[in-house]
Design a protein around this ligand. Structure first.
Ligand code: VNL
Length: 390
């Protein structure tokens, strides 16, 4: 009995060793990209994957002498699935980097795996402030809700908005948006009539909007995750909130470039604060948008796409800097402090916090060439995540 199990263990070890050898010999550099490709957050998965593939097509798949292999997994935005997939990617596929992460709960569920296996984890989409504190191996190329929300709370009271109601998706990024917007708005002398929270899964905005109408604020401040903005806009207009004199403001998630052009002229004039607009007027962004649309049947890149594109940049440059030799710790060190021009504008990865520092833009929905865009009209430069000062 004992002998038999010993033999089996030996056979298994040989197999495992053979698999490791095969991996060592092919000298590939593997990136495990975990995204919601189906389900409620599928547009985020589609945008990030398309951008990652565009970056690879433009920059080749041999970097620092290593052949880069991308392994895409669909977590359906269920955090337990994200975690299991990450475990399999680390243990079986021996990925060198984990990347993607469409929503905050998926990133948080996976953080311990990054820590235990010393695998850099590049968050390309999720945006709750605390994510980067969940593991010293996490680097972020998306944004944080406090970054965006604070800029709106500074702009609004200077522009005739004295009384607001806030409406946020009831989980990490929504709670961040609410907290940082309200705190700063009150500090600036504003008044918050009520703070409403809607469920993250299958939200019904109608009863909440009815309440907002009754409260008659100057503006409704909204955070909903990418993909939910069109539903909010539709309900807002159907209820005649704009005609009742209530303005819609928010972080740029609500006027997401993935959906904005289909929202109709009712969206004209909506002001939001965010780090990326497809209409950002730089040569680099024009090139990015054109190439992205060409490769994706005219799909307009949104802020999720730019997070994926820049995330690949951070990974490629770390691989180059370590000459293809780096383990997790060396790669992580080479990711920290990277500074470069993104299609969004200048950005860098703060070496202390591993979080993104970037401009936040105030933008107004306007027509350009017959299409709806978030047109930038003001820039708050080099914004660090305000959540890191607490
Ligand atoms: C998150 C934040 C997700 C902002 C989003 O869209 C977003 C998140 C999916 O951290 O879960 O727009």
């Amino acid at each position: 009995m004992y002998k038999k199990s010993l033999l089996r263990a030996a056979a298994l070890a040989t197999l495992a060793f053979a698999a490791m050898q095969a991996h060592a010999q092919d000298n590939k550099f593997r990136i495990g990209l975990i995204l919601p490709m189906t389900g409620q957050q599928a547009s985020t998965g589609r945008q990030v994957e398309a951008a990652v593939k565009l970056y690879m097509a433009q920059n080749g798949d041999t970097v620092g002498g290593r052949k880069v292999e991308l392994i895409v997994k669909d977590d359906t935005s269920i955090p337990d699935v994200t975690k299991r997939l990450a475990q399999e990617l680390v243990v079986n596929d021996k990925v060198n980097v984990l990347a993607g992460f469409g929503i905050t709960p998926s990133a948080l569920a996976t953080a311990p795996i990054a820590t235990q296996s010393k695998t850099p984890l590049v968050v390309m989409a999720a945006a709750t402030s605390s994510i980067t504190q969940a593991s010293p191996y996490i680097v972020r190329t998306s944004f944080t809700l406090p970054q965006a929300a604070v800029s709106m709370a500074d702009w609004a009271p200077k522009n005739g908005i004295k009384k607001v109601v806030t409406l946020v998706s009831d989980y990490g990024p929504g709670l961040d948006a609410e907290k940082y917007f309200v705190e700063r708005f009150l500090f600036n002398g504003g008044q918050v009539a009520e703070s409403l929270r809607v469920p993250m899964r299958n939200p019904d905005f109608a009863p909440f909007l009815q309440k907002v109408r009754d409260l008659k604020p100057d503006a409704l401040f909204v955070f909903v995750p990418s993909g939910a903005g069109a539903a909010v806009m539709k309900q807002f207009l159907e209820r005649g909130m704009d005609k009742a004199g209530i303005k819609l403001i928010g972080t740029g998630d609500v006027t997401d470039d993935d959906q904005l052009n289909d929202m109709g002229d009712g969206a004209l004039g909506v002001v939001t604060s965010h780090h990326y607009s497809a209409a950002h007027p730089s040569a680099l962004n024009k090139k990015f948008v054109d190439a992205f649309q060409k490769a994706n049947k005219g799909l307009r890149p949104n802020f999720m796409a730019v997070g994926g594109y820049d995330g690949m940049r951070v990974i490629y440059e770390a691989l180059k800097a370590t000459k293809g030799q780096g383990g997790g710790d060396a790669l992580l060190a080479a990711m920290k402090g990277q500074i470069f021009e993104s299609p969004r504008g200048p950005m860098f990865i703060d070496a202390q916090t591993r979080d993104v520092v970037q401009n936040i833009y105030l933008r107004k929905v306007q027509k350009q060439d017959g299409q709806l865009y978030n047109v930038e009209f003001d820039t708050i430069k080099d914004v660090k995540d305000p959540g890191k000062n607490k």
